[in-house]
Design a protein around this ligand. Structure first.
Ligand code: ATP
Ligand code: MG
Length: 558
């Protein structure tokens, strides 16, 4: 009971802060934003931040902005801008007409810096990056005064303008905020707020050769957009005094307020753009949307739904302390979401032929199969039945162990939606592998006929040989080796699982699956949920990714 209460309280701590702000009249509305840096694809952690920010805006009938934090020019940004927009739309967060780029505010940021110089709150320094680090001091020692900090306001204004006009090389001069070199918080020891960088920017081209630092730019972006609650992750907690200093010194009328929450981590999964990027660049995965990754694009490709991620984020809650969530919880959520929505089909992933020797030659019967046993609203479909079927190799055993209720010589099983069959024999190739299983069927046992004379313990699924749709199926395991842990302790590299992907080239599906298109998903009896791969699937050569298997040991925490 107590634990339960604590959970609910911590889940809502941001809402409590917002409630307080509204009650005290600090703000009269709620305006949030999601500010990704377009330097990679978004991942499951970002999904949490997006849904949190968007959810708060919705809950308080406020607004949600989308803003690219593109103050740090590096290469290949446009691809990332597009993928990020697509991912956020897919997740269901709507920024309406409020799509912004931090780089749109470069002029205002420049003016903000000039304002600080005029107030005596910023100065141009000639110290190199190394010297600045040296002068900064440590956690136990205060910093030392910058020898350039005594420059006059006029001189600083002139030098800063020269910086902007390209008079200096990269790193030759910086603009520093004048705060407190002895502050116990290192972020407050006269942080650099502008640097010289002769780089081409994806949005502003060569207009600028000075760029603002994140800690200076971010509060300005928030303030310009009228953000009320600037929600970010815990690593920015120590930067909050600087955030507050910037908005205070720039005298914004309604300064935004920063609130931090803990990042989402998953067990046995690679998050972190840096690591995903390396896997992509090293060719270990098939791009940013490889179904083994947890980028949003990869989850979508694998067959996860926006609803399943929303549910997952909801279950994770919002907290102030870092911890890892079990990957099985994510699987639980997608299973829960799909189980009533998706049609159930028979698919044989590891086929072996079953011949019904007493079935009339050439006969084909159409049998009715329910699309979803738990949701009759999904209706039924027809499946052709005849004398030659595929069944799973594991559903026949020459010498069965105890409690094996499927096919073995002399045993009778139910063929799903069809008849009872009794195994009468089998054929083997030269290597001793079983190639064909023989059986006879009992016409009196047709499904739906009310036959109840005999009980059989096993039911197996099948597909008709002639009408089956051949497809490729890909099964996945964790990309990293669970036993060894995600990262190698010695060199920080990833402990990869060599079996993370199994490709089954010769699988057979019920004909009702033909015509399936990219992102369509199904439950395949006993084998799990599967989704048509958007990249590699073709109408006449379907490729499926297994989203998740049916069984799990995961239990929802009470
Ligand atoms: P990464 O560390 O994976 O590279 P990042 O924090 O550098 O991510 P940004 O583009 O700067 O990525 O992040 C955009 C927003 O998403 C930030 O507000 C950040 O705090 C948030 N965010 C990033 N990772 C997570 C996570 N694992 N859980 C929750 N929020 C996250
Ligand atoms: Mg970042």
């Amino acid at each position: 009971m107590e634990d339960n209460e604590k959970e609910i309280v911590s889940r809502n701590f941001i809402e409590q802060e917002i409630d307080k702000d509204l009650a005290e009249g600090v703000y009269d509305t709620v305006h949030t934003r999601f500010p990704p840096e377009p330097n990679g694809y978004l991942h499951i952690g970002h999904a949490k931040s997006i849904l949190l920010n968007y959810g708060l805006a919705k809950k308080y009938q406020g607004k949600f902005n989308m803003r690219f934090d593109d103050t740090n020019p590096t290469k290949e940004k446009t691809e990332f801008v597009e993928s990020i927009k697509e991912d956020i739309k897919w997740l269901g967060a709507d920024w309406e007409d409020r799509l912004f780029f931090a780089s749109d505010y470069f002029e205002q940021m420049y003016e903000a810096a000039v304002k600080l110089i005029k107030k005596g709150k910023a100065y141009v320094s000639d110290l190199s990056a190394d010297e600045i680090r040296e002068y900064r001091g440590t956690l136990t020692e205060p910093g030392k005064k910058d020898p350039y900090s005594e420059r006059s306001i006029e001189e600083n204004l002139e030098l800063f303008e020269h910086m902007k006009n390209g008079a200096y090389k990269d790193g030759e001069k910086v603009l520093r905020a004048r705060i407190d070199m002895t502050s116990p918080n290192i972020n407050m020891r006269d942080p650099v707020i502008y640097r010289v960088a002769h780089m081409n920017h994806h949005n502003t081209g060569d207009t600028w050769c000075i760029y603002p630092m994140y800690d200076f730019a971010h509060p300005i972006e928030d303030a310009i957009e009228g953000i009320t609650h600037s929600i970010c992750t815990l690593e920015f907690e120590d930067h909050r005094p600087l955030y507050d200093w910037v908005v205070r010194e720039l005298e914004y009328e309604k300064p935004p307020r920063q609130i931090e929450f803990a990042k989402l981590y998953l067990t046995n999964v690679v998050t972190g753009k840096r690591y995903i990027k390396k896997l992509v660049e090293d060719g270990i995965v098939d791009g940013w949307d490889d179904p083994r990754l947890v980028s949003i694009a990869a989850l979508r490709r694998r067959g996860f739904t926006p609803e399943s991620l929303q549910m997952f984020v909801e279950l994770c809650g919002v907290s102030k302390s870092n911890s890892s969530v079990d990957y099985a919880m994510l699987e639980y959520c997608v299973r829960e979401d799909l189980k009533l929505k998706k049609p159930r089909m028979m698919a044989v992933l590891d086929p072996i032929k079953l011949v019904i020797d007493n079935y009339p030659e050439g006969q084909v019967e159409m049998l009715e199969a329910s699309n979803n046993m738990e949701n009759p609203e999904l209706g039924t479909h027809q499946v052709p039945f005849s004398g030659e079927l595929y069944i799973e190799r594991e559903d026949f055993m020459e010498e069965p162990p105890k409690k094996y209720f499927r096919l073995f010589p002399g045993n009778e099983v139910r063929l799903m939606h069809a008849y009872f069959v009794t195994c009468t024999g089998f054929e083997k190739d030269e290597k001793g592998n079983v190639t064909v299983v023989h059986c006879t069927y009992d016409p009196a046992t047709k499904a739906g006929s009310g036959f109840s004379e005999r009980k059989v313990k096993g039911t197996i699924h099948w597909v008709p040989v002639k009408e089956a749709v051949k497809a490729e199926v890909r099964l996945y395991e964790n990309l990293v080796d669970e036993e060894k842990g995600v990262y190698n302790k010695e060199d920080g590299s990833l402990n990869l699982n060599p079996n993370s992907m199994t490709v089954l080239k010769e699988c057979y599906l019920e004909p009702a699956v033909s015509g399936a298109e990219a992102y369509d998903s199904f439950q395949f009896v006993r084998n799990g949920f599967f989704c048509v791969d958007y990249k590699d699937s073709k109408p006449d050569a379907l490729v499926f990714n297994r989203i998740v298997s049916l069984k799990s040991s995961f239990k929802l925490p009470k």
